[in-house]
Design a protein around this ligand. Structure first.
Ligand code: HEM
Length: 238
């Protein structure tokens, strides 16, 4: 294939991807795909954090393992940075698609809905939007708190265990974690539930299966994440 033909082919593929993303269904697909990736990461992060219950050595070993992932084939923190960039791209697309879909919905429906089902749907999507904003603000605070330490008065570099324990011992910080993780739980539940609708699984015969799946995963992640501030506040972890 000549260079010009190759460029034409790449261009046409990019145009196809651009057109797909411009459509409502394309944005929903992108929201679902990035949502599943972010969800998977949140699940693994919660499972990794369970090492808090095994003590300082285990949690810190795990935090160190994350940083050294891929070494010596890659420079230390190389794989971690790739993962961070990938997650950031997912977050940007997830938010961009959500904002654009909201705009498209508003433009298609300048007068509010009257029907009860539609009202319920718009209540859910409002909750999703506010939940999303709370989660985003929480992640920014959480990074400044436990990763970079600017928002942590007793931050010790490379001592994740001590940072979690001294950080979450402060009642209002624990409250921030609890509120944000409750918001995350609702967001995950509704996100998982509506993801199936986006891929066309809306038949009533799937509904109980969809509900069980969304509830189970949202409850497992929320229970795990809520347990950390609660365990520190009650002195179970110290
Ligand atoms: C109570 C629950 C949580 C605890 C105890 C916790 C704990 C931690 C700790 C200790 C770190 C720092 C690891 C290190 O650099 O050594 C961290 C990093 C991080 N956490 Fe959490 N986390 C919690 C919930 C969440 C939630 C709900 C999210 C996202 C919605 C999240 C997103 C992140 C991100 C993005 C990082 C940075 C990872 C990196 O790039 O190094 N965390 N978390």
């Amino acid at each position: 294939m000549s260079a010009a033909a190759a460029i034409r082919e790449v261009n046409s593929k990019m145009t196809w991807a651009g057109n797909f993303y411009r459509s409502a269904i394309g944005k929903k697909a992108v929201m679902a795909a990035t949502g599943v990736i972010l969800f998977g990461w949140i699940f693994l992060h919660m499972v990794g954090n369970l090492k808090l219950y095994m003590g300082a050595v285990h949690l810190n070993e795990y935090a160190h393992w994350l940083r050294a992932l891929g070494a010596p084939a890659m420079p230390e923190t190389g794989a971690l940075w790739l993962m961070r960039i990938f997650l950031l791209v997912c977050v940007v697309f997830h938010i961009h698609a959500a904002v654009m879909l909201t705009k498209m919905n508003r433009e298609a429906r300048p007068v509010g809905y009257r029907d009860r089902d539609y009202l319920a749907a718009s209540y859910a999507s409002r909750t999703m939007r506010w939940g999303g904003v709370i989660i985003l603000l929480f992640v920014i605070y959480h990074l400044l708190h436990l990763t970079t330490g600017q928002a942590h008065p007793n931050f010790i570099q490379d001592d994740a265990y001590s940072n979690v324990v001294t950080g979450l011992r402060v009642w209002w910080v624990a409250a921030v974690y609890i509120i944000a993780n409750l918001a995350l739980g609702f967001h995950l539940y509704h996100g998982l539930w509506s993801m199936f609708a986006s891929v066309g699984w809306v038949h009533p015969k799937y509904n109980s299966w969809r509900r069980t799946f969304a509830t189970t995963f949202a409850v497992i992640i929320t229970a795990g994440n809520l347990s950390f501030p609660l365990a520190v506040l009650t002195g179970i972890v110290r």
